[in-house]
Write a protein that binds this ligand. Structure first.
Ligand SMILES: Nc1ncnc2c1ncn2[C@@H]1O[C@H](COP(=O)(O)OP(=O)(O)O)[C@@H](O)[C@H]1O
Ligand SMILES: [Mg+2]
Length: 349
């Protein structure tokens, strides 16, 4: 696959260039394109994203740039369009300015220490949040119910009801019962303010200066939107503080990385309100419970697209392992609650 020439030629300065597959992202199809000393990242959007997301990216990145932050910018076509539909699949293609740097799939990728990267990445996220505080923008592309925890718990309950004959039902229902029991006792975070958020702060979406831990900018902006801070940071923390990844069942919260990230957020000027700060660990815990519910339901529905055919007999098995991993992480967060809360109080107290 490559970029169709009828698409590429809409950005005429790149029409004669040869696109190279780029990055390790699993969601969009990403290419690097170069012409006349200018580099651009072309992406064909995954079906979960509509073309309107580019209007959001344009508005947010303009604002970031006005505030002096480094950021990819949306490159419009010669005639001012923000994306071009693929002639075969109909999916939108867009172009972004390339930012020189490197991203990593694991926080602890040598030679740089995981805590140094966590500190720098969180400081960058804080600058990003602060710069967007005064942005007046109604998002065009809204992911409805993305962290509607009750909805995800209900879907798990429903999947357990529907799939009594599934080969994994016994295991999934034992785990599912625990998730649903704890899910019913989650604190309500609904009163917290919605802020402009990135929405998917996994470490591969942070661009670092090559060979150092200096954070340059955030990429992968398809999930921009308003969200409560404990969900934005809780989601980042649950992936950063679990360097062993999603495909193991005995996960733990790495307190040193958690502390580095929380301190980095404060060092970058992040100033959560007292209510947001005290809900930070609740956010982390809630996201872990929510994800374990989603993976557990997916195990029975066999629905998730990102499974590894070499390691697992089916989607169900892979998803059940992921559900166990996020559940172990939730339990670790609960076990370490007072330790984590102390870190948060020290940073923002
Ligand atoms: N504008 C950009 N400048 C430099 N690198 C980029 C840019 N956009 C994306 N990348 C690189 O490409 C990778 C994949 O892009 P991303 O937007 O994260 O796609 P996906 O949604 O598939 O994860 C990123 O992890 C990053 O390394
Ligand atoms: Mg990405």
């Amino acid at each position: 696959m490559t970029i169709p020439s009828s698409v590429l030629s809409r950005w005429s300065r790149f029409a004669a260039s040869t696109p190279r597959p780029f990055g390790t992202g699993l969601i969009n199809k990403t290419y690097l394109v170069e012409a006349g000393g200018e580099r651009a990242v072309f992406q064909r959007l995954h079906p979960v994203f509509a073309a309107s997301v580019n209007e959001d990216i344009d508005a947010v990145t303009r604002h970031l740039e006005r505030k002096g932050l480094l950021t990819p910018r949306l490159l419009l076509t010669d005639d001012g369009a923000s994306s071009v539909d693929d002639p075969e699949t109909g999916r939108p293609w867009r172009a972004l300015s390339y930012v020189e740097g490197e991203s990593v799939d694991r926080l602890d990728t040598p030679p740089i220490d995981g805590t140094a990267r966590a500190h720098a990445a969180a400081a960058l996220v804080a600058r990003f949040h602060t710069a967007l505080e005064d942005l007046d923008w109604q998002y065009r592309h809204v992911r409805v119910g993305v962290h509607d925890t009750d909805k995800h718990l209900f879907a798990l309950d429903d999947a357990l009801e529907r799939h009594g004959a599934h080969r994994l039902w016994q295991d999934a229902s034992a785990l599912g019962a625990q998730i649903l029991e704890v899910g019913a006792t989650l604190p309500s975070l609904a009163a917290l303010p919605l802020r402009h958020c990135h929405g998917d702060l996994k470490i591969s979406n942070v661009l670092f200066e090559r060979g150092t831990s200096r954070g340059l900018c955030l990429v992968d902006l398809d999930t921009l939107g308003r969200m409560i801070l404990p969900f934005e940071l809780g989601d980042a923390l649950r992936s950063w503080c679990n360097p062993r990844g999603e495909d193991v069942d005995d996960a733990d919260v790495d307190v040193a990385i958690f502390a580095a990230a929380v301190e980095g957020y404060a060092a970058g000027g992040g100033r959560p309100s007292a209510a947001e700060a005290s809900a930070l660990v609740d956010g982390l815990f809630t996201i872990c419970v929510e994800l374990s519910a989603r993976f557990c339901a997916d195990a029975l529905d066999e629905s998730y697209f990102g499974w590894d055919e070499r390691r697992f007999p089916g989607r169900g098995e892979h998803n059940l392992l992921r559900a166990r991993g996020q559940w172990a992480l939730a339990q670790a967060a609960a076990r370490r609650r007072s330790e984590l809360d102390t870190v948060v109080r020290r940073a923002f107290g």
